[in-house]
Design a protein around this ligand. Structure first.
Ligand code: ADP
Ligand code: PAZ
Length: 244
């Protein structure tokens, strides 16, 4: 069976999962295309297929694929959102506008937990939430800036809000700028998640976290969520087991 490289190209980092004869043999993270390409060059001859989930601009994605094609003669398959696929129906009228990372995560969750209302929370560069109902209908979601962007937006747009990030789990009223910013941002994110979980019109059965800040937010909020960092990779496997 084939040696497959699955890539989740997010706005901060590229995540890699390698499947050899269907078994996961490597998980890695790269901070840039260059770092990934250097790694690829060492291993290129052993790869049969690359499966890509990418939320970059079309131009950046095209360049990345061109480099991969130059360095590696394997097949490159790029995941694309489908309005209805494997029992999952996307809420967006124009499904091409939905992030493929969100779609793949929903696809995996639908295969794992059919018949449950799921709240999927990706805590990456952006924080995305998506709700999928028991029948596989995507009800919609939210996109807000992630922790790093929330901090940066204050630094970049104010003259006096100067602070350092701290990884504490304090959400009490701040008594310094650093506390006010850090505790406020934590409270903002946690409040949004708790309000969704408490929303009686949704009747959420299961909460799933993923992304770079997943562990942090789980510890901070004590929300009963499971962390599934392989959602997008599993989504790729499902998408390409049925899609061309
Ligand atoms: N080692 C790390 N490198 C980069 N970001 C990290 C790291 N650890 C935690 N983070 C947090 O995770 C976020 C990126 O998460 P990630 O899931 O990789 O994002 P994306 O899928 O958008 O590339 C950052 O904004 C930051 O808040
Ligand atoms: C919202 C996102 C930026 C999240 O990406 P990430 O933070 O994981 O890098 C990505 O899913 C995206 O570009 N979505 C397109 C817009 C949409 O989903 O409506």
């Amino acid at each position: 069976m084939a040696n497959i490289w699955q890539l989740d190209a997010g706005n901060s980092r590229i995540k890699l999962r390698v499947l050899e004869t269907g078994q996961v043999t490597c998980l890695d993270t790269f901070n840039s295309e260059d770092a990934f390409i250097s790694y690829l060059l060492e291993k290129a001859e052993n790869i049969d297929e690359i499966q890509l989930a990418c939320v970059w601009s079309e131009e950046r994605k095209k360049k990345f694929i061109e480099i991969i094609n130059k360095e590696c003669c394997c097949k490159v398959r790029v995941a694309k959102v489908k309005k209805e696929f494997a029992g999952l129906k996307v809420a967006y009228r124009d499904e091409t506008k939905l992030g493929v990372d969100r779609w793949l995560a929903m696809l995996a969750s639908h295969a794992w937990y059919p018949g449950e209302v799921r709240l999927l929370v990706s805590l990456g560069t952006a924080i995305t939430v998506d709700v999928v109902d028991k029948k596989g209908e995507h009800l919609g979601g939210y996109i807000i800036p992630g922790f790093r962007l929330l901090h940066e937006s204050l630094t970049e747009n104010t003259g006096q809000v100067r602070f350092t990030s701290n990884g504490l789990n304090d959400m009490t009223l701040g008594q310094s700028t650093t506390q006010a910013v850090n505790n406020g941002i934590r409270r903002l994110v946690v409040s949004m998640l708790k309000s969704l979980i408490a929303d009686q019109s949704l009747q959420i059965d299961r909460v799933i976290f993923a992304g770079g800040d997943a562990e942090y937010v789980k510890a901070l909020s004590l929300i009963d969520a499971e962390i599934k960092q392989d959602l997008i990779f599993e989504g790729l496997t499902l998408a390409f087991s049925k899609q061309d």
